[in-house]
Design a binder for this molecule. Structure first.
Ligand code: NDP
Length: 434
């Protein structure tokens, strides 16, 4: 705490991991002897930089850019970029720290990193966003590379922004280095299913948790928070698997559509016209309500899939969900449940799929994008989706097996933390004192 003052989210993420790896340290004294914990909590490198840009009226703005290159024991640093006014070092470090273990859990050769800026894309024109991305990359380019550090998207950074960032990288370096960034459009090195991967993967993960309890999505009431990349494709796959998603949200409020969210309308409102959530209710014309200023988690449902942002499910929200009959949680977002919330779910016996495991489909498919770029190949949608489903099934199985091995049956959070930690720690030991 003294070393990283004020980095609240980073402290929370570290505590959550360290609390569950006690039994591993007991079994493996070599980790403590070589100070693995101290080393793993300290980023290999942190870059903070100025991002100057000009708006459409000619006014100059200065934002702050970050890239935290946390751990490269398993492969090049890999993790997204977030553009949101709340971004500061504590958020980037929490995300980067989570990413180390998540990437370890996928079994793919990728290290952990994360970055972003306190730039707020809301209300900005396409040209302003392009100019910001170009300025951001004008500094970032010297720190990244196919074998060094491979960014991707996150909140506020989708395919459009990735395109502008890649365009500027290519222009500055004069290198068509496709695997320097993932989440690209299909016409310039992107991979099938990357856009859908985090949401689809989360739905596959929850499907496995439900199967392990002898049930399925069929006929279940599901609530998904957010209406961005992760939320939209979570809704799409849950609907395909037979669930009814009755609500989704953005930061202005939530909509309830008891017959099931109309995905075409949601995509039109959010992805094409970039409108606020109340537009969904206004356009729908049916029996749909828009609710502002209240928590979406007050709605009774059997499955909850938080897909917006960190700490969105508090202890109180978790209690309301349990009272409302919730049996499974799939964290599409990173760290969306507070420590109190996690405790409530675990004490109530709710199947709790932590973000590290449940949303790992995004980064796993990014690694597949890098693989296709390296071999100048592109796989079909069907093949890529099958690979994603296999990866999520494998992660689910490994979380359960590891939790069992360490005497915590059914505890996916402990299983994910221990498995991810062991992979990274073992690689660090093999690489010597780095
Ligand atoms: P998007 O920017 O596409 O969407 C974010 C959504 O969450 C929007 O609907 C946004 O609403 C809402 N939101 C953001 N902040 C808040 C807030 N403070 N309160 C309420 N709603 C909020 O981001 P993504 O879908 O890509 O990311 C969502 C989550 O998933 C993040 O936690 C991210 O780290 C995680 N994630 C993303 C991956 C990816 O592949 N994209 C991979 C793994 C995890 P509004 O527009 O009103 O702000």
């Amino acid at each position: 705490l003294r070393r990283n003052p004020g980095e609240i989210e980073f402290h929370q993420a570290v505590r959550e991991v360290l609390e569950s790896i006690g039994p591993v340290l007991g079994k493996h004294p070599e980790y403590a002897e070589s100070k693995i914990i101290e080393r793993i909590c300290e980023p290999e490198r942190q870059i903070i930089f100025r991002v100057p840009w000009e708006d459409d009226q000619g006014e100059v703005h200065i934002n702050r850019g970050f890239r935290v290159e946390f751990n490269s024991a398993l492969g090049p640093y890999k993790g997204g970029l977030r553009f949101h006014p709340s971004v500061y070092l504590g958020i980037v470090k929490f995300l980067g720290f989570e990413q180390i273990f998540k990437n370890g859990l996928t079994g793919l050769p990728i290290g952990g990193g994360k970055g972003g800026s306190d730039f707020d894309p809301k209300g900005r024109s396409q040209r302003e966003i392009m100019r910001f991305c170009q300025s951001f990359m004008t500094e970032l380019y010297r720190h990244i590379g196919e074998y060094t550090d491979v960014p991707a998207g996150d909140i506020g950074v989708g395919q459009r922004e990735v395109g502008y960032l890649f365009g500027q990288y290519k222009r500055i370096t004069n290198r068509y280095e496709s695997a320097v960034i993932t989440g690209k459009g299909l016409s310039y090195g992107g991979a099938q299913v990357r856009t859908e991967a985090t949401g689809y993967g989360c739905a596959f993960f929850v499907d496995e948790m439900l199967k392990a309890r002898g049930t399925s999505f069929d006929g279940k009431r599901v609530v998904v928070s957010g209406s961005g990349n992760v939320a939209v494709y979570t809704i799409e796959k849950v609907q395909q698997l037979g669930g009814t998603v009755i609500a989704c949200s953005d930061s202005s409020g939530y909509v309830v559509d008891e017959k099931g969210i109309n995905l075409d309308l949601l995509k039109q409102v959010k992805q094409v016209e970039h409108l606020r959530m109340d537009a969904y209710a206004k356009r729908h014309g049916g029996n749909v309500s828009f609710v502002a200023g209240r928590s979406i988690w007050e709605l009774p449902c059997e499955v909850a899939m938080p897909s917006a942002t960190q700490n969105e499910i508090t202890g109180k929200d978790a209690e309301a969900l349990v009272r409302g009959g919730c049996i499974a949680i799939g964290e599409g977002a990173n760290m969306p449940t507070t420590p109190e919330g996690i405790r409530v779910f675990q004490e109530a016996g709710v199947a709790f799929g932590p973000g590290k495991a449940a949303n790992a489909g995004g980064v796993a498919t990014s690694a597949l994008e890098m693989q296709q770029n390296a071999s100048r190949d592109s796989w079909t949608f069907e093949f890529s989706e099958r690979r994603l489903q296999e990866i999520m099934k494998d992660i689910h199985g490994r979380c359960l097996k590891t939790a069992d091995e360490y005497g915590m049956p059914g505890n996916y959070a402990a299983g994910a933390n221990i498995d991810g930690f062991k992979r990274v720690a073992d690689a660090m030991l093999s690489l010597g004192l780095i």
